[in-house]
Design a protein around this ligand. Structure first.
Ligand code: NAG
Ligand code: NAG
Ligand code: NAG
Length: 306
């Protein structure tokens, strides 16, 4: 989509002011070292209304919280032929869980080294048809595969839908974005234009590896925009971890190295600035490995590919 086209499309949208934001959710990244950090995400009165954890089962710390769990089928493999995901979600619904949505594959166009599930489209389509599509009959709304922010994500999705031949019918188009606000808005606009029958969920985003002020400005701009855009119904910032283990740079983290909310973390939960400054891990430290993350390096030349 051309930039001018995109901007005029965006400015024509109705303005809805939502405060506090009920669209806000958590990409839950558990900390084995600091399980007490969970208390921050489950505290009563925050703006968070939902969460996902890249898995099919809810996380223990959230079982008594009000946050709505959104199951995800993270990946697919040739030797996985049953309906384990479908069965797990159905069992939760049968037991009375409030499950209204599921998410499809995590970054199927992405490399495992950055958290991608790297699924060939034919396997993805077959798995979708067997495990995900039947959940429609239970009244569950379906999230399309969440591709990376790279251009080949679009190709992957087009090939996926071709392979499905009408048998994959998602209601939601997820977006992952690591980069600046203009790139984010452009990417969301492209997905809206390509799949106008779906609502948008921005399920991972941050201005990775930027300075503190730029990261905060990006955060403010994107939250304000998401809240205003009618067809962006859910978003979840990346992310919910300490700055010293962040793989998207310390300034994008919602917690400091000491486990206190940063300004961004506090704003995201609906609170005031804390003035806590996130710090990176010291050069001597080991790099922690977080499960399920993904990182697409911001491509600064976004306009050149549009
Ligand atoms: C939305 O459109 C896509 C084609 O782009 C289609 O495959 C899908 O079934 C549609 N979703 C719904 C819920 O109708
Ligand atoms: C919002 O999504 C609905 C379908 O979910 C679609 O009919 C409508 O055109 C979309 N609006 C905009 C402004 O994209
Ligand atoms: C971000 O928004 C907060 C208010 O929510 C404001 O205090 C702060 O100055 C803003 N920061 C930037 C860099 O825009």
């Amino acid at each position: 989509m051309h930039r001018t086209l995109l901007l005029s499309a965006l400015s024509a949208l109705p303005i809805i002011l939502a405060e506090p934001s009920s669209k806000r959710g958590l990409v839950y990244v558990p900390s084995q070292e600091h399980p007490q950090d969970d208390n921050i995400w489950t505290q009563a009165g925050s703006d968070l209304t939902w969460y996902y954890n890249y898995g099919a089962e809810p996380s223990a710390p959230f079982l008594s919280s009000n946050l709505e769990f959104v199951p995800m089928l993270w990946g697919a493999s040739d030797d996985r032929v049953g309906t384990a995901f479908y069965d797990t979600v159905k069992a939760q619904i049968d037991a009375g869980a409030n499950i209204n949505y599921v998410l499809g594959f995590n970054e199927p166009d992405g490399d495992p080294s950055t958290g991608g599930s790297q699924i060939p489209v034919d396997l993805a389509a077959a798995t979708w048809i067997r495990e995900i599509e039947p959940l429609r009959e239970l009244g569950v709304k379906l999230g399309a595969p969440a591709t990376t922010g790279a251009p080949n994500g679009f190709t992957w999705l087009q090939n996926f839908f071709e392979e499905c031949a009408g048998r994959c019918n998602p209601d939601i188009m997820p977006v992952h974005w690591y980069g600046n606000f203009e790139g984010l808005a452009s990417h969301v606009g492209q997905k809206m234009a390509a799949w106008p029958n779906m609502t948008i969920w921005v399920t991972e985003y941050a201005d990775a590896n930027n300075g503190l002020e730029a990261s905060q400005k990006f955060y403010n701009q994107s939250a304000e925009w998401f809240d205003r855009m009618e067809n962006i119904t859910h978003y979840s910032y990346f992310g919910s971890f300490r700055s010293d283990v962040s793989n998207v740079g310390p300034n994008a983290a919602m917690l400091t190295q000491d486990g206190e909310l940063t300004d961004i973390g506090s704003w995201y939960l609906g609170g005031a600035a804390t003035n806590n400054i996130p710090e990176a891990k010291g050069a001597a430290g080991k790099t922690a490995v977080l499960a399920g993350w993904s990182l697409i390096v911001a491509f600064a030349g976004i306009w050149s590919i549009l």
